[in-house]
Ligand binder design. Structure first.
Ligand code: IFM
Length: 727
């Protein structure tokens, strides 16, 4: 077992089921399945989500639908059901091989009647044939001869936290295969699933099909002889009407085309495909094994979350790994996750940006509904690209009361974040085609939104953005949030430059786009004029950027005096009270300086870093915070601090640092982690003219190596600090 690639669980803890389900997550960019055990346990949250399969639900509008369970296998050994909480668990070990997504569990179990059996479970979700999953169970009776009964069904009675989304359409059994057909209640997406179960190399003594409505089940019975291994193989196929016309037929055909024992046939190309992915996207750290493994764990979770084929899906804030945020996507994708793909697998980045392009109609609808022009992207986005941020949610402390959520109304910076990600992708990939066909339309139509959203302050002779929420969500309805204003300024300038470029590069496309968006030269002048006059707070004396109007006058709270707390400041003080303090949920001005390092001199960055860091709730505020702090600390050559924040991001989910890993992977933190290493420790900087490195590695790191793509060319970075050079 390679400890730099393998995540291990050495003891079974029924109280940590859900946390471990998140950690032992598997997926392939089409579907994602939590690391639940094959047999069932109370308190588990077994889910499989498939990208783009959303259905309507109260309060949060829409959510990813939990698919029928393909994992379940019940094993009955000489009449006793295998269950790790009964009898005696003599040995237990589980591992996830990050190199190829293989989940393996080895158990030595003594039944209540005293019979000992060893069981090994292996499973993977195919990276090559994304509709397929494969599982193998090897069973050895240690000290007895007896019967073995296996029951395995496709259980459609799954729900999303008690909310049912599936309508049952049919089920059946043919050619040793069970099948199930369903439809989501509101979105009418049809799913077809099929499953085949067999004893490898043997014919079962008995085999039946139990036609239980909603849970077609296969049952196999045979005998176990002491010391002789017996192997069970299960393959399952999932298709939906989002992928093909007849999902059920496709699922059945898929299984019918597989050889009798399919593991090797599916496993070999799967491993090669993983190898290709890691070859492009791995990061090697030498001298710090814990950091290496944790980093790979986070990258693995990004690799299994991103669709390779579907331009109409994004990555949710919790990937496909849990109910948190119900599969909705935020700026987390563009600002935190996308750089990993832009730099290492630009095709995936292009897909993700295309999702925003296809969802322009939803963004235009939102702008119009709010009385604005152009395109205003939703704060939370799902299948259709319409705003799906809940407006009211029950107060967790008193469910009879509701809390108003304002982010969907006024957290407007996401439209500029998307423009930023497109620009970054363009600069790095040199993909002019994307810019001409898709990127420019997004950048210009969102620029138009800014023009109509800006407010002219006659007295101060400047444009302002009032009543907004910046990245720091502890403060709502603030005026002139620095992050928002600076970003819009940049966005409008970019729009002006882009028009110039487009006219020169592809005049016909420019004319077409102007006609499509009904733009004229006055509009472009307007972009320029507003950009010049947008208020961008900066105090030349203190060198501080005020996060928003009046921030400095808010109450200071000494976070150090509250060390040891177990909840966020907002949780302790409540929303209203926190609003009155200077405590930030996550970096805001520091976030700005992270995105535009060249706009501010180092002294300004240092002063703002010092000022805002001590006011930011980095332990229990947002998980998006630590990675950004780390990158900026690296830039300021504060390597120890950068490393401390790096660790905080790296172990967010593995060690459940925020106590909510059961809701799913913190995807933005995972994406930010890659940035802490590449933009932070390696100091990769890029601009129109090219890229450069300015490395400063943590003291124990003997080597940092990774690849990235720059305008079609593969660049290999291999950093070995001189202090470790052989003498
Ligand atoms: O997008 C983030 C936001 O910045 C902080 N709250 C959680 C969201 C989803 O991760």
């Amino acid at each position: 077992m390679d400890k730099l690639w393998t995540l291990q669980q050495t003891s079974f803890s029924p109280l940590k089921l859900q946390h471990n389900e998140t950690v032992f997550m598997q997926g392939n960019g089409y579907m994602g399945t939590r690391g639940a055990f094959e047999e069932r346990y109370p308190g588990e949250e077994r889910t499989t989500f498939v990208h783009g399969v959303f259905d309507d639900v109260p309060i949060v509008f829409t959510e990813l639908v939990n698919f029928p369970d393909w994992l379940n296998i019940e094993i009955i050994l000489a009449g006793e059901r295998f269950c790790m909480t009964d009898g005696q668990l003599l040995e237990f070990g589980r591992s996830l091989d990050l190199r190829n997504g293989l989940l393996n569990r080895k158990v030595l179990w003594r039944s209540p009647k005293g019979l000992t059996t060893s069981l090994e479970f292996k499973r993977f979700v195919s990276f090559t044939d994304v509709h397929l999953t494969c599982m193998q169970v090897t069973i050895i009776a240690q000290d007895y001869n007896g019967t073995l009964e296996i029951r395995s069904g496709l259980n459609a009675n799954t729900d999303n936290l008690n909310y049912k989304h599936w309508e049952w359409l049919g089920q059946g059994f043919e050619d040793q295969t069970i099948w199930l057909k369903l439809k989501t209640k509101s979105t009418k997406i049809v799913a077809g699933m099929a499953e085949r179960l067999q004893i490898v190399g043997e014919t079962a003594l008995e085999s039946d099909f139990w036609d239980v409505t909603g849970c077609p089940t296969l049952r196999l019975k045979t005998t176990l002889t002491a010391g002789h291994p017996l192997q069970i193989e299960k393959v399952a196929a999932i298709f939906t009407s989002r992928d093909v016309n007849d999902p059920l037929e496709m699922a059945k055909n898929k299984l019918a085309a597989l050889p009798k024992a399919a593991w090797d046939e599916l496993w070999n190309p799967h491993v090669l495909c993983w190898e290709e992915n890691w070859n492009k996207s791995d990061v090697i750290i030498e001298g710090d094994e814990k950091a290496q493994l944790a980093l790979r764990f986070n990258l693995y979770n990004l690799l299994i979350a991103a669709s390779r084929y579907d331009e109409h899906v994004n990555i949710g804030a919790k990937t496909l790994s849990g109910y948190g945020y119900r599969g909705h996507s935020f700026w987390d994708t563009e600002i935190f996750i996308l750089p990993y793909f832009t730099f290492t697998q630009p095709d995936i980045a292009r897909n993700l940006l295309s999702y925003r392009y296809h969802n322009l109609p939803g963004a235009r609808e939102k702008a119009q509904a709010n009385g604005f022009e152009g395109a205003q992207f939703p704060w939370e986005s799902a299948g259709s690209g319409r705003e799906v941020t809940p407006t009211w949610v029950p107060n967790p402390d008193d469910p009879t009361k509701l809390i108003r959520i304002w982010t969907g109304d006024i957290q407007i910076h996401i439209s500029a974040d998307i423009a930023f990600a497109i620009w970054q992708y363009w600069i790095v990939s040199g993909d002019d085609d994307f810019m001409v066909k898709r990127g420019a339309e997004i950048i210009l139509d969102t620029a138009r939104f800014w023009v109509s959203r800006a407010e002219w302050n006659q007295e101060k002779e400047r444009y302002e953005f009032n009543k907004v929420i910046g990245p720091d969500e502890n403060h709502d309805h603030v005026n002139n949030n620095a992050y928002t204003n600076y970003l819009v300024h940049w966005h409008l300038q970019l729009a002006v430059q882009l028009v110039k470029w487009l006219k020169k590069h592809d005049p016909l496309a420019a004319t077409r786009l102007f006609a499509l968006l009904e733009l004229n030269e006055n509009d472009i002048d307007q972009f320029k004029k507003i950009a010049e006059k947008i208020y961008r707070p900066f105090d030349a004396d203190t060198k501080l950027v005020e996060q928003f109007d009046g921030y400095f006058a808010l109450q200071y709270i000494d976070l150090k005096a509250l060390e040891g707390r177990k909840e966020s400041i907002q949780g302790m003080l409540g929303i209203e009270k926190t609003n009155q303090t200077q405590i930030l949920k996550q970096p805001d001005v520091i976030m700005l300086m992270n995105l535009f390092p060249d706009e501010f001199d180092l002294d300004v960055i240092r002063k703002n870093y010092q000022f805002y860091t001590e006011r930011t709730d980095l332990t229990y505020g947002s998980s998006l915070g630590p990675s950004i702090q780390s990158i900026v600390a690296s830039r300021l050559q504060m390597v120890d601090q950068a490393y401390a924040y790096f660790l905080q991001a790296a172990f967010t989910d593995i060690d459940n640092l925020r106590g909510n890993a059961e809701d799913g992977i913190h995807a933005a933190s995972a994406g930010g982690l890659w940035q802490t290493v590449v933009f932070g420790f390696a100091g990769l900087r890029y601009e129109n003219d090219g890229w450069s490195l300015n490395p400063q590695l943590p003291p124990t790191w003997k080597r940092l190596a990774f690849k990235f793509r720059w305008r079609g060319e593969e660049i290999k970075v291999d950093l070995r600090p001189e202090r470790y050079a052989e003498t």
